[in-house]
Ligand binder design. Structure first.
Ligand code: CAO
Length: 415
């Protein structure tokens, strides 16, 4: 079946996580993604966090599906020529090197434009222009600089980073959107352009509601849905709000049956206003449905701690799945705290292709997260990541190099 990005060729100069998540998505949508790696070593993640000696790590395999790998020494004069040929043949160059690395290699925007004016050059950097633009950045640095860490955690503890890779994978998503948008604009203008997704900007975009709250705090000095109200105190900046919901419907994480031994026996419970009477019925506090201290959402705000404690007395009598079943019957919004073990075994996620089992010639079968974005006319089939340089000869031949030329370039150390 045809794919949405059939015919689009990507020169994938990415490494580690942020860039590879972007190009993996483009590959799943049908683009031909040619990953250029350093001869002999390759993407550093191939050897990071290995669980099997001398075999590409899960870190690498789970970020580089459906790509081809070629090894080129792009600092070698003849290697540079191969890269130039690739630039002429591809539609998009994606990179996430440290600031200035591409320029130092001799591939400035101007040079790339000379070679291929239709080329879209897409970059992940830690920061946009400004005081930190030259800094190297990893995931948690971006979470801290983008406002996520200062607003995550509990009031009485230090800033906390989240397990969701919002700096790396989040920025990869932003970059992918920028790339397909630039490809669309090119259909009208015929011109390439530069696409920049800075990790700080991507994290901040995902923390938009916290900048909303900063301005509410500046104006009123208090935010009534935060756990600091009414007993705690607010400072000048948006505080960490524990497990409070970021929206207008108060929520909290509550213990379920088995919490004493199971670290994930919890449920997220939202006291959504339209179903308040049903919540009161379920937990056996019918009188709260009409009592003036509890009947309305504003009346409940100063009493959230007491209210959630009462609801928890009920959730502690049920497993998280039993509680889900009962609450869903009444349309009460809630969600079980699922462990990675539970998610990995979830049949519905296997069925939709969100979790996929992949076979790899060196490591055997492993699980990965498939394409989370489903297109009805462009289904994703997840194929294993390439071995280092697996497609060098194939891609070189497509660029017009003869077998003799390929051998000579290999002998010279250019590929
Ligand atoms: N042939 C020859 N040289 C190559 C090459 C190839 N095929 N591929 C890369 N190189 C060279 C680069 O040109 C660069 O050389 P110079 O330092 O001489 O310019 C060098 O390899 C290293 O690149 P780097 O500086 O990007 O790599 P690093 O490991 O030192 O830094 C990282 C890694 C992630 C901190 C940095 O790339 C970065 O800040 N990237 C932007 C932000 C980003 O994406 N961060 C998220 C990473 S995921 O957690």
């Amino acid at each position: 079946m045809a794919k949405a990005l059939d015919g689009v060729r990507i020169l994938d100069f990415t490494h580690v996580q942020s860039g590879p998540t972007c190009t993996q998505l483009l590959a799943w949508f049908g683009a031909d993604v040619i990953k250029v790696e350093r001869a002999g070593a390759g993407d550093i993640t191939r050897e990071q966090l290995r669980d099997i000696p001398d075999v590409d790590s899960l870190y690498f395999t789970m970020l580089n599906h459906n790509k081809r790998s070629v090894t080129i020494d792009t600092k070698h004069p003849e290697g540079k020529q191969v890269l130039e040929a690739l630039i002429q043949k591809c539609d998009v160059l994606v990179e996430n090197f440290a600031p200035g690395a591409l320029d130092r290699m001799g591939f400035t925007w101007e040079r790339i434009q000379e070679l291929n004016p239709r080329m879209i050059v897409a970059s992940v950097k830690g920061f946009g222009p400004g005081p930190y633009e030259d800094c190297k950045v990893y995931e948690n640095v971006a979470q801290c600089a983008g406002g996520a860490a200062s607003t995550t955690g509990f009031d009485d503890g230090p800033p906390v980073v989240t397990g969701a890779q919002i700096g790396d994978s989040g920025t990869g998503l932003h970059l992918a959107l920028g790339i397909v948008t630039a490809l669309y604009q090119r259909t009208h203008t015929g011109r390439g352009q530069r696409v920049l997704a800075a990790m700080q900007d991507g994290v901040l975009n995902l923390c938009r509601v916290k900048l909303r709250d900063q301005q509410r705090l500046d104006r009123t000095g208090v935010m009534k849905e935060y756990p600091q109200y009414p007993n705690g105190t607010f400072g000048e900046a948006v505080p960490r709000s524990g497990n409070a919901s970021g929206g207008g419907q108060p929520g909290w994480i509550l213990k379920c049956k088995g919490w004493e031994t199971d670290p994930n026996a919890y449920i997220y419970f939202i006291t959504q206003a339209p179903v308040w009477a049903k919540i009161c019925n379920v937990i056996g506090k019918e009188e709260w449905a009409t009592h003036p201290d509890y009947a309305t959402a504003p009346a409940r705000l100063p009493r959230l701690k007491e209210i959630f404690a009462e609801i928890e007395r009920w959730t502690m009598t049920k497993s998280k799945f039993e509680a889900m079943q009962i609450l869903n019957k009444y349309d009460i919004p809630c969600g079980p705290i699922l462990s990675m073990k539970e998610i990995a075994a979830e049949p519905s996620l296997r069925k939709t292709g969100t979790i996929v089992e992949v076979d790899h010639p060196q490591r055997g079968k492993y699980l990965t997260v498939g394409n989370p974005i489903k297109l009805s006319d462009s289904p994703t089939d997840v194929r294993r990541s390439p071995l280092l340089g697996e497609h060098t000869d194939e891609v070189m031949a497509e660029l017009g190099y003869s077998a003799e030329q390929i051998t000579a370039l290999r002998t010279a150390g250019a590929i």
